[in-house]
Design a protein around this ligand. Structure first.
Ligand code: S3P
Length: 448
């Protein structure tokens, strides 16, 4: 489906976003590893997380799904069955990399494959450390690319210093560490999202954190726990930027995750001049609450160094913010973007240029000089965040913007376009509207 986008007149609303993608994956994984039944509420019914759910079903875990966002998972204590078929990870790097850690320790052979985008993503970053633990993983694609054949067996602990600040690498090694002989540690150069660590602790696993070093002991298993997934701040990011860059706009996002290893975008938007406030309301091991944004004429900023892992998924939409800001924004140390669902630095640079923005593409970043945007026809390149970031750019552009190949948005944000249409329909000076997730999709605790 193609989306046709017109300039928005106003943005004045209060909304909720679907469940966090990273946390939804991990809730399935940790509940499956536990030896009891866990109820997960607020699960993201996006294709990536459904790939993880189906993978664990294929490994013999019984998972009920009474409605799209609730799972009842009957954990097996970490003992899985050999899958009857190859496991399809779809578009999801998180599914493939985290699962590799667990399957490395199972007494059977499994094979993981994915779609064209995932088939092009680097897997040596997990094959190397898991190999050091004794795993036998063969990348069947060129240069360490998928499919992966995993001949599982006994593992031993390692003390791993990761060359990339990647939560997927850290998590794959820590999950393998639960099955390894001894204490497994991972050290990263900058903190990447720490959901695995927080959720392991919430599920009762003893974990040691020492600065950027995290350790787990072999033989530990998560205890069964019920869990509520907060809204995804990376999905909220699209609306946060739409509001921050519109003088006079006012947005409140409710029930959204506020894990400090994910909320770097709030600091960036504040530096760019927007008024941003957080209200932490409750905590299920993962902090969550509300974010309030008042829009303004944004100013350029620098995004680099240890801030990058914290905004890794938000760079496409922050690049759009930069295109709407006064001055030249510099994004550096972000070469990792070249190995995401698509080469996001190249995609952002070409789309911003098509919209009339001055951009310099560097090997590890972008220099973007703000100015007016003009409408253009832009491909998603099969990348959900490129599609959504440029749909938001279209709200600010002169003339019509068309985004093609938008089905990929279902990997992380089903319902995005419904809200986008509601935003486009809002008239200047009209009352704020409220956008709650459908009651059917998000039952109250009492109902479920
Ligand atoms: C994720 C980690 C990040 C992020 C991805 C989800 C996770 O990848 O880009 O969307 O759930 O662990 P890296 O860890 O490879 O940076």
């Amino acid at each position: 489906m193609d989306w046709n986008i017109q300039r928005a007149e106003a943005l004045h609303c209060e909304l909720e976003v679907p469940g966090d993608k990273s946390i939804s994956h991990r809730s399935v994984i940790l509940a499956s590893l536990s030896s009891g039944s866990c109820v997960v509420r607020g699960f993201l019914p996006g294709e990536d997380c459904l790939s993880t759910m189906e993978a664990f079903r294929a490994l013999g875990v019984q998972i009920e799904r009474p409605n799209p966002t609730t799972l009842i998972i009957h954990g097996t204590g970490g003992r899985f069955h050999a899958p009857e078929r190859d496991i399809d990870c779809g578009n999801s790097g998180t599914t493939m990399r985290l699962l590799s850690g667990i399957l490395s320790a199972q007494p059977f052979t499994s094979r993981l494959f994915g779609d064209a985008s995932l088939s092009n993503r680097p897997m040596r970053r997990v094959i190397d450390p898991l190999g050091q633990m004794g795993a036998h993983i063969t990348a069947e694609g060129a240069q360490g690319r998928p499919p992966l054949r995993i001949d599982g067996g006994p593992l031993h602990a390692i003390d791993y210093v990761s060359p990339v600040a990647s939560a997927q690498v850290k998590s794959a090694v820590l999950l393998a560490g639960l099955f390894a002989e001894g204490t497994t540690s991972v050290t990263e150069s900058h903190l990447s999202r720490d959901h695995t660590e927080r959720m392991l602790e919430y599920f009762g696993v003893a974990l040691k954190r020492d600065g950027l070093r995290v350790s787990v002991n072999g033989g530990e298993r998560p205890q069964p726990r019920d869990f509520r997934v907060p809204g995804d701040v990376s999905s909220a990011a699209f609306w946060l930027v739409a509001a921050a860059a519109s003088p006079g706009a006012h947005l409140r996002v409710n029930k959204v995750g506020l894990n400090p290893s994910r909320t770097g975008i709030l600091g960036v938007l504040a530096r760019m001049g927007a008024r941003v406030r957080e209200f932490e309301e409750s905590n299920f091991g993962e902090p969550f609450g509300s974010i309030d944004v008042v829009g303004t004429q944004l100013k350029a900023t620098r995004i680099e160094g240890k801030e990058i892992p914290n905004v890794i998924d938000e760079i496409p939409i922050l690049a759009v913010a930069a295109a709407l800001a006064e001055g030249t924004t510099v994004i550096s140390d972000a070469a990792e973007l070249r190995v995401k669902e698509t080469d996001r630095l190249a995609a952002v640079a070409s789309h911003l240029k098509a919209m009339g923005v001055a951009v310099v593409e560097k090997p590890d970043g972008l220099e973007i000089t703000g100015g007016g945007l003009r409408g253009a026809t832009l491909e998603s390149f099969g990348d959900h965040r490129i599609a959504m970031a440029f749909a938001i750019a279209g709200l600010f552009a002169e003339g019509q913007t068309t985004i093609t190949g938008t089905d990929c948005v279902n990997t992380s944000y089903p319902g995005f376009y419904d809200l986008l249409r509601r935003v486009m329909a809002q008239k200047a000076g009209s009352e704020p509207f409220q956008w709650r997730l459908e009651a059917a999709a998000e039952p109250t605790e009492a109902q479920s």
